[in-house]
Each structure stands twice: as structure tokens, then as C-alpha cells.
Write a protein that binds this ligand. Sequence first.
Ligand code: NDP
Length: 311
Amino acid sequence: MSEENEKTKCLILGSGPAGYTAAIYAARADLHPVLYQGLQPGGQLTITTDVENYPGYPEGVKGPDMMTDFQKQAERFGTDVRFGLATSVDLSKRPFRVVIDDKKELLAETLIIATGATAKWLGLESEQKFNGFGVSACATCDGFFYRGQDVAVVGGGDTACEEASYLSKLCRKVYLIHRRDELRASKAMQHRVEKSENIEIIWNHVPKEIVGDKTVNGVLIENVNTGEISRLDVEGFFVAIGHKPNSDIFRGKLEMNDNGYIITRPGSVRTSIPGVFAAGDVQDHIYRQAVTAAGTGCMAAIEAERFLSDQ
Ligand code: NDP
């Protein structure tokens, strides 16, 4: 089948801010990029409500609307945007072979991986029910909506501590719910939490149910030692139990850290394989912002163009 041998100069995987920004730059550089949207077209911003921290939108913008605009802008310059998920790759030689949906194979001279990360959820039914209506996995994105209110954060790692400290500056009270009696977070983060007078750590507890009417007004928590259930009155519930980078198909093929984040060279988006670039949350566990993802998407396209002109 001729379809199996389709060739592209620049293949982009992922349709969040990193993928679409890479597409805008690559298309404007005449690389005729092909972009596969992946499992969640538009990425993580399509499951948030208002985005108020992306520069250029003084009144804020709905996450899904912003991603539609990103897509339109990428298409305006000729990006071929397609539905589909990359299911396997062969990066051992160029052109790279990428299989989409287990059937279609593409040959790519350069590959930009912008597959993002997925927030881990507790798996409670009520968590999904109130997602976007009091439940969030991103304090920097949504904390502002809970100014002066009481909120809870669940988790005991750096993310949970960072989210709790961020929220403590906006909210009246922050409960940090952790399932053990010690935090996993770095000492520096722990100190920051301890120093915040309005953060209360609820040790040895796990959330059992998030309750509310249209929006959240409380969380039922269980003491893991006694089984006792109690209630915290909160308007916001932040899940901060870690993210999982969407990098499974690159395992063993690209350098990654222990958590599966693709390692890029310092100050660049180059991976361990020349011609393969990684942008956005799949290579960034620290900032994880739309604007930083877009920035690295831009870098990836510029690097891809330079790589091709050096060949
Ligand atoms: P971590 O995996 O470090 O921590 C996850 C936390 O969530 C743990 O405390 C864990 O509990 C808890 N947890 C996991 N699953 C559940 C569950 N089902 N129910 C209740 N609690 C649960 O993830 P992070 O996102 O915090 O950090 C990931 C990596 O990113 C780390 O290497 C971290 O250092 C780094 N990071 C660095 C930052 C920085 O440098 N500024 C900021 C944020 C992250 P338990 O402890 O019992 O396992």
C-alpha cells in the first residue's frame, strides 16, 4: 500500500500547546508538518475551564476555545492535522518509522514528541463528577478561583507541597491530606509547607468521597489506621498525586528519567537521538504550563528545521 510509505519531513505527535506551536513554526518554515492529535485532541487544556495565565488573553479564555484557536493557527499555515495515536516507533535509523493506530506507517525525517502528561487521579467516581466544578489537578491553573476559600490538596510529594504552598497564598485554609505519616517531598518543600500558617497537614488519611451540590462543598476522608470517616468543608479539591508522562512507546528507545520523562539536553529540546525532539510536559515535570509547553514547541520546530538544513 502506498499509504504505508508516506514520508514527511516533520512529524509531530501531540496536540497540546507544545504540538500546535511546533506545527505553527514548522509549517511557516515550509516543513509541511503532519500532526497526529493523540488520545486527547487539544491536550490537557481541554479539560480545564478558564485559562487566565496565558499571555495575550487579558479577559482569560476557555481552555477548549484556546486549543481550537491553536489548531486553526497551525492549519492556516498548512499543517496536516489528523486524528490518530502513535502506537509504536522505530528510531534506530532515519527516516524514523512511526506506526499510527497500529496500522498506518509513516516515515519521518524529524520527529517532535509533544505527547504531554496525564495527571494521575484517585479513581473516585465523585472526582470525575466534580472535575472542573471544584476538582482540579492544577493549582497554578485553577487556584485563583478559590481565593479566600478553604481547599484541600491530596498527596505527599513535591507537587502536593508546591500546590499547597501556592494555594496558601490565595486561600484562607489549605488542608494537605496525605496517606502516610511523613511526606515524600524534598526537605525544602516540606519546610515551605511547615512555615505556612494556613496549611494543615492531615496525616494518615485518604479521601473517600468528594461531596457537593453543583460544585464541591466538602470531602469525606478516612483515617487509614482506624477506618474512621470525617468531613472537611472545602470548596476546592486538588489532586496532586503525580503525573504520568505519555512516553510509553519511547521506553528503551530514548533516554528517560525514572519517572518516564524524556530527557532533553540542557537548554534545548534535543533528545538522545539526533532528529528527535521533545517538547512540553512529556519532557518537563517542573513547570508544566501551557506557555512553557508552547515555548519548547517553538524550540523543537526551530531545531528540526536546523537539523534538516544541516543534513
Ligand atoms: P510523587 O510520586 O513524588 O508523589 C506522589 C504523592 O502522592 C506521594 O506522596 C504518594 O504517597 C501520593 N499518592 C500516590 N498515589 C496516591 C493515591 N492513590 N492516594 C493517595 N495518595 C497517593 O509525585 P510528584 O508529582 O509529587 O513528583 C514527581 C516528580 O517530580 C518527583 O521526582 C518530584 O521531586 C518532581 N517534582 C519536582 C518539583 C520541583 O522541583 N519544584 C515540583 C514537583 C515535582 P506516598 O508518599 O505514600 O507514596
